[in-house]
Design a protein around this ligand. Sequence first.
Ligand SMILES: [Zn+2]
Length: 472
Amino acid sequence: MYVCGVTVYDDCHVGHARSAIVFDVIRRYLVHRGFQVTFVKNFTDIDDKIIARAQELDIPWQTLTRRYINAYDRDMARLHVSPPTIEPKATEHLPDIIDLIRALVDKGVAYQAGTDVYFQVDRFPQYGKLSKRKLDDMQAGARVEVDERKRHPMDFALWKGAKPGEPSWNSPWGEGRPGWHIECSAMSMRHLGESFDIHGGGQDLIFPHHENEIAQSEAASGKPLARFWIHNGFVTVDQEKMSKSLGNFFTIREIFEKFPASEPVTAEVLRFFLLSTHYRSPIDFSDEALRQARAGLNNFYDLFKRLEEGSVKGPPGKAEWQKVLSHIATGFEEAMDDDFNIPVALATLQKFRSHVNSRLHAGLSSSEGQEALAVLRKCGQILGLFQVPSSDWEFAQAVVKAPNKQLTDFPPTVVVSSKASIDDSEIERLIEERQQARARKDWTRADAIRQELAERGIAIEDRSDGNTNWKR
Ligand SMILES: [Zn+2]
């Protein structure tokens, strides 16, 4: 697999997290299915944006790229994304890049113009096959500035001559640096060969980046570049794409720091949220969506805790139970085999969770409980979920009911964990008072109570159902 990586000139945002997590899950699943996966993800560490940012900050560009490669590695570790097998950098592949450009010039599909080298798109008849565009339509629709050095307006740079003071490498066409697209063709060819199985990236890379990669690689090798193309959808905010240029983005670091300790966004919460929508569809980011993800995980961890505590009773396993277990594993795999339909795979696990919950009432033996736990943890492992010891999972212990709910609708008003032994009634009283303050929109009083509880070591969490969780 080759997945286009980041250009290292700034912190990564949630859109990058989505791409990283989607391909991490795809990789884990392929390994689970018995494939040997070589996962290559590059760093674009030389580029116009990098040069501009380094000049703006008045630091060497290498310092800038090192800083953001470190930041990226830290973010990925925090998201529990497995490191790629190979993480090539553009600046470490200049000989490969120059060789590939030379081969394209020799074949007559690229040409030198001044100090630059361009790919000539009309020499590659299949140009547009991935994005399903026709060259004539592109030309008509493109608002490209007329560049007299180009033979066709859609021709793109393989090599850019250096301006004074810019980073540069020696080449047959003079001092310069590679264009963006050529690095991926050169690096995938170096590490995976002329043809490989899966090429991935964000949906915004289909055109022109991946179209250009196909043109370069296939014009040079005469072979198909990738057997499968996988593109993940955007993360949106209020239905608009989250992006640097629109300024409506949250960096991964901000997400982890944005929420108070009482409502933590852990890597698992972010994963659960990002995986709840099909990887190809857009997903809208909001605080509420993260809260729902946390609530969804709470439900699972509640069950894990009950199963782990061994509070299960009942007759020993029956043949029917084995059928249920294998049905879950099969359902999970069928969903994942269907173009990695992770939301359906998750729904299978959710259905199983309900089933086990109802079995807990009817009677479930300890070994059955352990088997249920094992299946959920094993499927969860592929998604990067359910791996935290349930005793570490927060907020599963106590719920204080919202004041406007009918008592008969819910179990007892306060469910307190056995571990909470001091002054629970006082906590309960304060939370109820805070709920009443919130109900009459007295935010000052509500915040003061939250603050008072925080000072006494109690964190609270308002759930989307109106109830409030708390923990010491
Ligand atoms: Zn790429």
